[in-house]
Design a protein around this ligand. Structure first.
Ligand code: SAM
Length: 310
């Protein structure tokens, strides 16, 4: 399905819940977070319906996120019964009592795990509630052929850990992706531009100068020099990826978000609950996709990233 700018829109990012076990400073405030009421959160059956309709529209890639997707009750049952497809999951992995055998058996094409510091005190500080040891213990039990470690780089916080992360990724056969912090209704340390960090890594012979773009990925990848593996850079601030954007979002409350920065969302939940015909849902989604703006326009959202789903 194409939008009005001839971009192929075939990637749906699905937030399974707005609840999270952590309170990362750049993602959500410590207190006063308004949660969706349970009756507003889409059931798994409703989410499956949206997926089915999106597949009919030509969507091929689906990522489950949150909040923290793995804290939603019944999530493993839901993920286990997915039909063959390109399913991805983004998690902080710092969830207590995680059934790693079950996680490893899920039919996922890729697993992204988030970790912003490899130093226990910093990890605790940035997540407000998390323990690095819990993340590391779970990571040690993860088996994935396509594992990515996402680290948001922030001024004066973890800029000195870039090489530690690269080594850490190599040890875990994972691709580390550095992310620029976006300004949402949150806080946390300041913005750090990745272009300078990338330049330094090239100058010091740690990564190859040429980056590669992969379709349906917001990251540009650079091979490590003289070693196996690569490093990704996600630069939503210093270099927008609007021209190649292929994505829309489904929030846990059934709102469709056409652009991550936009204040305006579109309620699909009421239609899902009142309309028995899939064709009507499909037409509505097609109509919304046609309205996807080329770049952020209009008022900026005041939502937190935890609500949007990253
Ligand atoms: N709880 C899961 C996790 O931590 O991966 C999934 C949800 S989280 C919102 C998804 C991703 O968004 C994480 O990698 C997180 O670091 C990133 N994120 C959250 N707020 C951000 C911000 N202000 N700027 C850039 N990335 C952000």
């Amino acid at each position: 399905m194409q939008d009005s700018f001839k971009r192929k829109i075939d990637y749906l990012r699905i937030s399974l819940t707005d609840r999270c076990n952590l309170r990362c400073r750049y993602c959500m405030p410590a207190q006063g977070v308004k949660k969706f009421s349970h009756r507003d959160i889409l059931s798994f059956e409703e989410i499956e319906r949206v997926i089915r309709v999106c597949r009919e529209l030509g969507f091929t890639k689906f990522r489950f996120t949150g909040g923290e997707p793995l804290v939603r009750r019944g999530v493993m049952d839901f993920l286990e019964q997915l039909p063959p497809g390109d399913w991805y999951l983004t998690t902080n992995l710092a969830v207590d009592g995680l059934d790693l055998d079950r996680l490893n058996r899920l039919p996922l094409a890729g697993l992204n795990v988030s970790c912003d510091s490899l130093k226990p005190d910093r990890y605790r500080w940035i997540t407000r509630l998390g323990e690095l040891s819990a993340f590391l213990q779970n990571l040690a039990g993860v088996r994935s052929d396509n594992l990515k470690i996402n680290a948001v780089v922030m001024k004066g916080f973890n800029e000195d850990e870039i090489e530690d992360f690269i080594d850490f990724g190599e040890r875990h056969r994972a691709t580390v992706r550095f992310i620029e912090k976006m300004d949402f209704a949150s806080g946390g340390p300041g913005f750090s531009s990745l272009s300078e960090i990338k330049k330094q890594l090239i100058t010091r012979g740690i990564i190859e100068p040429e980056g590669k773009q992969i379709r349906n990925s917001v990251s540009s990848y650079h091979d490590l020099k003289g070693r196996a593996g690569k490093v990704g850079f996600i630069t939503p601030v210093s270099r927008h990826f609007c021209p190649t954007c292929s994505k829309i979002r489904l929030k846990a409350n059934g709102e469709i978000k056409l652009c991550v920065f936009a204040a305006e969302n579109f309620n699909l939940r009421d239609l899902l609950r009142s309309e028995p015909e899939d064709g009507v849902i499909r037409d509505r989604l097609a109509e919304l996709i046609a309205r996807k703006p080329f770049r952020p326009e209009g008022p900026r959202t005041k939502e937190t990233m935890a609500e949007i789903g990253g």
